[in-house]
Ligand binder design. Sequence first.
Ligand code: B12
Length: 311
Amino acid sequence: MNQSFQKEIIKAEAEKFGFCFSGFTDPRIPDHYPNYLEWIESKKYASMSYLARTDHIEKRRNPLLLYSDCRSILMLGISIRYDFETSLFSTASFAHYWDYHQQISELCSQLLGRISNRLNLEIHAKICSDSSPILERSLAVQAGLGWIGRNSMLIHPKYGSTTLLAECLLDYEFEPDAPFVEDRCGKCQRCIDSCPTGCIDPITRTIDAHRCISYQTIENHGEIDPVIATLCHNQIFGCDLCVKACPWNQKNLSNLSPLSLHQIDIGEMKDLEFSDAEFKEKYQDTPILRIKNSGLKRNIRNALSNLAKDC
Ligand code: B12
């Protein structure tokens, strides 16, 4: 069986597992690694100091340090909805699913088992999805899956940027796909206009985490700067404003591939009285667990105070 036929089989199988797009790249120094270094040097990572750790920086430059047997990389995308009803509070789309890290990793290992069977090859892999020091968006561009929008999201021409990325570092060499070279943002500035804190730098296509609502409500474990806190309005976990504003996400959601991530009903989150044990019980295996009881309470109080100002 020739390589391109094998790759077609893998892509078709990936689709059956719910991945809406897939492509191949190789473990060379990522084409846009210098952009990462520039971002780190300009300290836009705020308190996420793990991003600037020397060993992490090295791994981002050289995927072989993550998995020394890696010969090629299968990049995958899975679409998530963004049309969840906003109740009193607003939460990022991915919070409406059980922890995606676990779900995607499980789907990837099932997919790899299926591929090994169909191709009659024993393929070993390291699976990553937002869990490892690897430049996921850069690799996705390299694998031909889309371009980087002004808001720094990977935008796929059909599925937009309401997607999560994953990659399987394979110990088998598949020929890389051609990179995506176009920039289809044109003159559009809608993501920039949509961001209340102005955290998007349209020139470098990066985010200044200090001012990003997603960072403030999920990754900042301390106090939120009072000016930014007001701009967070009713957002209590993550932010999709720049994603929702993007014209590439305005298509009919029924066009999307069958979703394979399991949703949860998070309900109205008025958990101000919760003990740590109650919080843990309610949010076990959900993305919300990351911000702990104290983080959720901080965000709810902030949102209530902002909503009160509206009245
Ligand atoms: C740290 C982090 C954050 C930080 C910082 C975000 C940022 N934009 O840098 C915070 C907490 C703010 C965050 C927020 C969100 N995140 Co986040 N995050 C990450 C993480 C762990 C690292 C990103 C990083 O390295 N940033 C530094 C910048 C410089 O690197 P970069 O974004 O990868 O950018 C590269 C490309 O732009 C590339 N590049 C490639 N081609 C080109 C072309 C040109 C012209 C240019 C200029 C650049 C360029 O150069 C850069 C360096 O290689 C990744 C997972 C991972 N391991 O990659 C997820 C990841 C980027 N996040 C993701 C998601 C879903 C989100 C949120 C939507 C969650 C939410 N709803 O709240 C928001 C979106 C905010 C935004 N507009 O980016 C997804 C993005 C999927 C996608 N389709 O793009 C990822 C890939 C996780 C995943 N596995 O799905 N995130």
